[in-house]
Design a protein around this ligand. Sequence first.
Ligand code: BTN
Length: 245
Amino acid sequence: MVILSTVDSTNEYAMRETLPHGAVVLAEAQTAGKGRMGRSWYAEAGQNILMSVVLKPERPLHAVQIITLAAAVAVTDAFSDHLAIEGQVKWPNDVLIAGKKICGILTEGQVRGPEFLKLVVGIGCNVNQRPDTLPGDLLYPATSLAAELGETIDRNPLAAQILTSLEKWYQQIISGETAVLFNRWKERCAHLNRAVKIVLDDETREGIFRDVSPKGAAVLLMSDRDILTVTSGDLFWSDQGNEKK
Ligand code: BTN
């Protein structure tokens, strides 16, 4: 385990350093925290969980998205087991509480051909951050555990619990037993069977969110009854604008 007071990004650090399978990089602050799609991740120093886990799969792993889903489920496991608060997952990489984003996951990989040699699973969880100190122009409304629970949360046991749960799901993925993970993800999904739109660049796809594919893509039922599989994008509820609400 590497514990840093300040780093550019725990994901960047974990990608560039030579670290063994299972290594965890934790930081109190990031100067260039990264989100998906080239966005920034904002987090007040010393208040949150900012960590990256290094995975070096023994067997070829072709779908990074499944690891992201597993990490989101691991975060909700830790919320319910450790804090008795129910989180919901939102495709592809968010955890919500009370409809607001509390955690984001960024999985990055070093590839050789079609195989991932090294995966870095970055988890950013708003723990004791005051939501009103976050930038006002975030894509989704945000909250923190302290704001939802009305008390300061001890970060270390929570981070440990997330890691324990992620390890369990990772073992299941590696041994090819993904059914329980997908079921758990769908049980906790904030938008299963709801009308959603998924925006990628200039394209918006709208449909009913029916499922996640074996590779972790979104499966939408379109108005013409066709099924569409969407691998990437930002998901919004259909009755929500693409702006902060
Ligand atoms: C997102 O919601 O877009 C993903 C956010 C991921 C943030 C975490 S914080 C720890 C790790 N280091 C980073 O630079 N990003 C991830």
